[in-house]
Design a binder for this molecule. Structure first.
Ligand code: CMX
Length: 134
């Protein structure tokens, strides 16, 4: 598989507007959009920085993956997303190599990306997303 770059780093927060006080007002990284991903029960805020982005994740429901993560571990880094050149090829290769995928088929992520998550149990405790952008 061909991995191109760190597409974004996902950070679980209780409140995007509270978190922006740090990221925008203090660190000076501008938020360029907020989008709700209904299927994932999250609201996401994108903050491009250099060649990559910070993605703030706020749960929209107490039973969503981000709410469960915060309940168990508190706010903090939730996942790292690598951009790949071909998502189907990457999924095929990862499966062949014994990596457990949460998504065996590509699905739609925020910002028009096609994405798939790998299970942290088979990636040394790091939730990894692979994504392809058109
Ligand atoms: N990073 C690292 N480990 C994580 C994790 C994360 N973000 N989330 C959960 N885990 C660990 C848990 O700590 C737990 O480990 P232990 O068994 O050692 O305690 C294990 O994974 C199982 O976790 P769980 O709390 O029982 O939660 P679930 O099994 O219900 O779900 C996961 C975990 C990763 C499969 C689920 O959150 C998932 O499917 N995530 C992918 C989708 C997602 O995260 N969407 C939100 C972002 C959407 C977006 O960016 O668009």
């Amino acid at each position: 598989m061909k991995t191109l770059k760190i597409d974004h780093i996902g950070i679980a927060v209780k409140s995007i507007s509270d978190a922006l006080k740090l990221y925008e007002d203090i660190l000076g990284i501008k938020c360029e959009g907020v989008e709700e991903v209904l299927e994932q029960k999250v609201k996401t805020a994108f903050l491009p920085i250099g060649d990559t982005e910070i993605e703030l994740l706020e749960s929209t429901s107490p039973d969503g993956p981000v709410a469960k993560f915060i309940e168990k571990r508190g706010e903090g880094i939730h996942h790292i997303a690598f951009r790949v050149d071909n998502l189907e090829d990457a999924i095929r290769e990862l499966k062949k190599r014994g990596i457990v995928l949460i998504d065996e088929q590509p699905r739609k992520g925020a910002g028009g990306a096609r994405i798939a998550f790998l299970h942290p149990k088979s990636t040394g405790g790091v939730l990894i997303e692979i994504c392809e952008r058109g």
